[in-house]
Design a protein around this ligand. Structure first.
Ligand code: 2YC
Ligand code: MG
Length: 263
């Protein structure tokens, strides 16, 4: 069963600045740092006015309304000088380089990359998104538990799980696809989580294209849920009932992680 990567919709990207500000406040409450601060601390890099060229790509399902404009808003939010090219695809790439872009941002239906033309570094959105959402959760100030539940072990979930393992956490993992779960158990040595024998967690990481994948049985009061997954993994009722600290944002946190990783 191949899960196709969930494509963003213009709806998901509505008021991206507001979504980013809310996510930034949530990250600050969880880690004491803002998104910029976590990326700088994790990658050890700081921007120095790199110019970013954003190239719309028409292949596959084509242009997603507001995608390039959202990347423009996101790169501005993190203090980069950026522009969206007038032309898409190769013409757009040529235009970006001619206009002195040092970092190229472009995405087709399967791969979203940041390519630094000066130092040759290139970043993949899935890896950078899984890693940074795990890093944010692992910096949770208000818990001393080293146990974390990871739901979804695919292209974004697996790097997240790997990051928790390498950061010394006890990872309990679940994926609807048994073969994906078994592969992760053998690769990372995580503990398979059995939904029929639930227990409570204070840190949960979710990366699935499905809604409401987090049941009440695994929630503890004030637990942190760090999730790049769209649609939302938890119902608003449960979120309120357990005063959950939710770190969820459609594009900006992953993009910041990509940019800081190629500086
Ligand atoms: O507008 C455009 O340039 C399109 N070619 C963009 C396609 C992006 C497809 N990827 C997604 O919707 C996202 C990733 C950015 C992260 C998760 N899904
Ligand atoms: Mg989800």
């Amino acid at each position: 069963m191949v899960i196709k990567m969930a494509l963003l919709t213009p709806e998901d990207l509505k008021n991206i600045n507001k979504q980013l500000q809310e996510a930034d406040s949530a990250v600050r409450r969880v880690t004491g740092l803002d998104i910029k601060g976590v990326c700088e601390a994790f990658y050890g890099t700081t921007p120095c006015c790199e110019k970013i060229g954003i190239v719309p790509i028409t292949s596959g399902n084509g242009i997603i309304g507001n995608f390039s404009a959202s990347l423009h808003a996101i790169t501005q939010y993190f203090g980069f000088d950026s522009f969206v090219t007038g032309m898409p695809d190769v013409s757009g790439y040529y235009e970006a380089v001619r206009n002195k872009a040092e970092i190229i941002l472009m995405a087709d239906d399967n791969t979203f990359v940041a390519h630094n033309l000066k130092n040759g570094k290139i970043a993949n959105n899935q890896l950078c998104t899984g890693t940074i959402y795990a890093e944010i959760a692992s910096r949770h100030l208000k818990t001393d538990s080293k146990d974390v539940l990871v739901i979804g072990l695919g292209k974004v979930g697996f790097p997240g799980a790997a990051h928790f393992v390498h950061s010394g956490f006890n990872v309990y993992g679940y994926d609807a696809d048994k073969s994906v779960l078994e592969k992760t158990v053998s690769n990372l040595g995580i503990t398979p989580f059995d939904p029929d024998k639930p227990r409570k967690f204070s840190i949960i990481f979710e990366a699935t294209p499905c809604a409401n994948t987090i049941s009440e049985a695994v929630l503890s009061e004030n637990c942190v849920i760090s999730t790049p997954g769209i649609p939302c993994a938890i119902s608003s009722e449960l979120r309120k009932k357990y005063a959950v600290e939710l770190v969820m944002e459609p594009l900006g946190i992953g993009t910041a992680s990509m940019l800081y990783s190629v500086l």
